[in-house]
Every structure is written in C-alpha cells, then in structure tokens.
Design a protein. Sequence first.
Length: 225
Amino acid sequence: MITEIQKLLFEKQELAYREFSSKLMPTVPKETVIGVRTPILRKLAKELYGTEAGTAFLQELPHRYFEENSLHGFMLEQIKDFDEALVRVEEFLPFVDNWSTCDSFTPKCFKQNPEKLHSKALEWLGSDKVYTVRYGIKILMNFFLEKNFKPEVLEQVASVTPTDYYVSMMIAWFFATALAKQHDATLPFLENRRLDSKTHRRAIQKAVESLRITKTQKDYLKTLK
C-alpha cells in the first residue's frame, strides 16, 4: 500500500533524474529510487514538518525509498531544540544506507551545544555502521575545524580505521578541509603518514583540487604522495 507521502513523492518524479541519481549511488538499489530533486525534497520537508502527517512520518522507520530517507533528514533540519534533534538524528542514523543521505542533512541547532555534540560525534566514530561513522566525521568537519577547533579532533579522526570506501573518503575530505582551515596543525598528519595509504592519497588529491589551499601548499602536498 502506498502512503500519502510516497504518493506526494511520486507526483514529483522525474524518470531521467532517477536514472542519473541512481548511477551516483551504487549502494542504493535502483528500485528504491523514485527520482525527485533535492530542492523539491527540501521544500516538502518544510511544508510537512510540524504537521500531523510529518510527525507520523518521522516515526515510520525504516522507510522504503531513498527519497523518503532524504526527506526524513531534511525534516530533522527543521528541529530547533538541540536535545530533540540529537535524539532524532541518533534514531535515524542506523537506517542511513548511502553517502548522499548521510552528507545532505545537518540540523542548524547542533551549533547550540558544541561540547555535547563533540561527545556524541565521538560515539558515532565508534559505531559498526558505515554511515554512522561517516556522519560522525562529517559533524567534526562541519563544527570543529574553525571556532570550536581543538587539535585533538585531528587525532580523533586519524584514529578511525577506514573499513569501508565511504569512510575513507570522508576521512580524506575531513583532512583536506582541515588543511584549508587549520593548515599548520594538520600538515604533520600527512607528513608523518598517519592515515592508511589509500586515504592519505585521497586526502592529498582532495586538497590539491581545493580552491582554499594555495599553490605553494599544493606543490608541497604533491611531494608527500
């Protein structure tokens, strides 16, 4: 039986976009992709959040379709209370099964309590679920490389064992971003080859492609490959 929200999603379906997006997410079965663009999902999340249907939807885990998971994440972004958002995100993370959903949602209220957020992110790093680990690294990258930066955050991410390609890629992204924002503190992790060889090369490649890193810095990073 198709639910009301699934019906809404199918009304927004674009088959060509379904073909395109499916190819970008090899871990997601194609039959679970409807083909709805992200801006439409974000708009729908704002419309549904706080309604009876939206509240019921957030209780309905697991979802069947990729777009339902994306919609769920975007609805969590609407939560303004830190503790509620944290609980809801933790409930949702075990059902996240792809990089796109994982990377696309971040409740803005998370900035309200950096100390508690940091502790929770460290818990996520220790998960046995790929996308929970990836999300934990993403949170550290988004919230702890500027205003709330502490050098130990670099050590915490470097200590993650990348048992999966998508964890390795997020560690690489984290260190490329850290090189742009905290270059002097981050560089020794590359110089001393603290990451496994594949993640090390990926981090350097991402940094070399970054517009936030100077040519001189890039030239030196290339010597560390």
